[in-house]
Design a protein around this ligand. Structure first.
Ligand code: NAP
Length: 344
C-alpha cells in the first residue's frame, strides 16, 4: 500500500540487513505488537524510531523502504544535509531504523481489520499480525500518463524514478513530464547525464518552487515545452519518440527522445482507507487532528496520505515530524489503556 514500487515477496530484514527466513516472520505472528506501521517512507520510518524510543514493540510493513524519497533527485531542503540524493537519504533513514532494531517486512498490506480492541493486519503474501495500534503512513500512488505505449515502454525508455534511471541516459535526449517540484528535481538531475532535457508541461506556468524555476530557466540543457500534453509513446523495442499535442491549438507534433520520466504527482489509495472505515476529506486523504489521530481509535496516520499535509507542500521533514507525533499518540494511547506492564 505504500506509494510506488511493485509487490515484493515477504522478507524480514534484521539489523545487519540480512534477510531472515519466513520462520522468523512466524515469531512475530502470535504476538500482540504495540503498533504496526504501514508504510516505509519518512513518516513511517520516523514513527518507527520514536516508537522504539517510547518502548513500543513494532514492525514496519512496506512495499519499499523510503517511499517517494527513494525516487527523488537531489534533496537540498532536509535539515542536516545541504545536498543529498533521495536514495542516499533513504539509506541514512534505514540505518537509523535498524539501529533501533525495528523489523522491516517488505510486503503490501491488503487489509486492516478491527477485532475488539485490537487490529489484525493482513498482508498480500498471507501473513497476519495483531497489534494494539496501527500507524498508517502509506503516502500516495504515483499517477501514470495513461497513454498508449506507456506500459509497453516501461523500463525501456519510460521511467518513474530519475535517480534510479538517470545514469542509463548518459549522452541521450530525454523528456520529463510535469511542472511540479518532482519534475523540476528530476529534470535538473537528468542534465548531469543527458545532452538535452525537455520538460513537457500542460500549462504555461510551473507549479515548482521559485528556486527550482530559477534553476530550470537558467540551465541551457533544459527546454520547457509549454501548454502541451503527451498523447502517445512510440518506438520499436525501445522508446523512440513522444507524440505531443498543444493544449491551446490542438497541434500534434512528434518529439524524438530516448527516455521519458513521468513526474505528474500522485493520489491517495482511497479504497484501502475506506475499507478501514477512516474518515476522509473530499480528496480522499485521511482526516487527522494535530496529534495525527484518525476517526478510528487506535489508528494514527502521518505523511502524504493525511489531510493535514498541505497539498502543495509535501515535504520530507513534514512527513517525518508527523510520524514522530503519530508514534507519540500511539504511545500515550497504549500507556493509558494497557499500562507499562502489558505483554510485549
Ligand atoms: P504536484 O505538485 O502535484 O505536480 C504535478 C505536476 O504534474 C503539475 O505540474 C501538474 O500540472 C502535472 N500533472 C498532473 N497530472 C497530469 C497529467 N495527467 N498530465 C500531465 N501533467 C499532469 O506533484 P509533485 O511534483 O510530484 O510534488 C508532490 C509534492 O511533493 C508537492 O507538495 C511538492 O512540493 C513535494 N515535493 C517537494 C520537493 C522538494 O521540496 N524538494 C521535491 C519533490 C516533490 P498542473 O501544474 O497543471 O496541475
Amino acid at each position: 500500500m505504500s506509494s510506488g514500487g511493485g509487490l515484493l515477496t515477504s522478507t524480514l530484514l534484521n539489523t545487519t540487513g540480512l534477510e531472515l527466513s519466513g520462520e522468523v516472520a512466524e515469531k512475530f505472528k502470535g504476538k500482540v505488537l504495540d503498533t504496526i506501521i504501514v508504510g516505509g517512507g519518512p513518516a513511517g520510518l520516523n514513527a518507527a524510531i520514536y516508537a522504539a524510543r517510547f518502548g513500543l514493540s513494532s514492525i514496519i510493513i512496506t512495499e519499499e523502504v523510503g517511499g517517494q524519497v527513494g525516487k527523488a533527485g537531489w534533496v537540498e531542503d532536509y535539515l542536516g544535509y545541504t545536498r543529498i540524493t533521495g536514495p542516499d537519504l533513504v539509506n541514512k533513514f534505514e540505518e537509523h531504523v535498524k539501529y533501533y532494531n525495528v523489523p522491516i517486512l517488505l510486503d503490501s498490506v491488503e487489509k486492516v481489520v478491527k477485532e475488539g480492541e485490537l487490529f489484525r493486519v493482513i498482508t498480500v503474501s498471507g501473513d497476519e499480525f495483531t497489534s494494539r495500534t496501527v500507524i498508517i503512513a502509506v503516502g500516495e500512488k504515483r499517477r501514470k500518463l495513461n497513454v498508449p505505449g506507456e506500459d509497453k515502454y516501461n523500463g525501456r525508455g519510460v521511467s518513474y524514478c530519475a535517480p534510479c534511471d538517470a545514469p542509463l541516459f548518459k549522452d541521450k535526449v530525454v523528456a520529463v513530464v510535469g511542472g511540479g517540484d518532482s519534475a523540476a528535481s528530476a529534470a535538473l538531475l537528468l542534465t548531469e547525464y543527458a545532452t538535452k532535457v525537455y520538460m513537457i508541461h500542460r500549462r504555461d506556468k510551473l507549479r515548482a518552487q521559485p528556486i527550482y524555476q530559477e534553476l530550470l530557466l537558467k540551465n541551457n540543457k533544459i527546454t520547457i515545452i509549454w501548454n502541451t500534453v503527451v498523447k502517445e509513446l512510440k518506438g520499436d523495442k525501445v522508446l523512440k519518440s513522444a507524440v505531443l499535442q498543444r493544449v491551446d491549438t490542438g497541434q500534434i507534433t512528434e518529439l524524438p527522445i530516448d527516455g521519458i520520466f513521468v513526474e505528474i504527482g500522485a493520489e491517495p489509495p482511497i479504497n484501502f482507507f475506506k475499507s478501514m472505515g477512516l474518515e476522509l476529506d473530499g480528496n480522499g486523504y485521511i482526516v487527522v487532528n494535530h496529534m495525527m489521530e484518525t476517526s478510528v481509535k487506535g489508528v494514527y496516520a502521518a505523511g502524504d496520505c493525511v489531510s493535514l499535509t498541505p497539498r502543495g507542500f509535501r515535504q520530507i521533514i513534514v512527513a517525518a515530524a508527523q510520524g514522530a507525533l503519530a508514534a507519540y499518540s500511539a504511545y500515550n494511547y497504549i500507556l493509558t489503556k494497557y499500562g507499562q506492564n502489558r505483554e510485549k
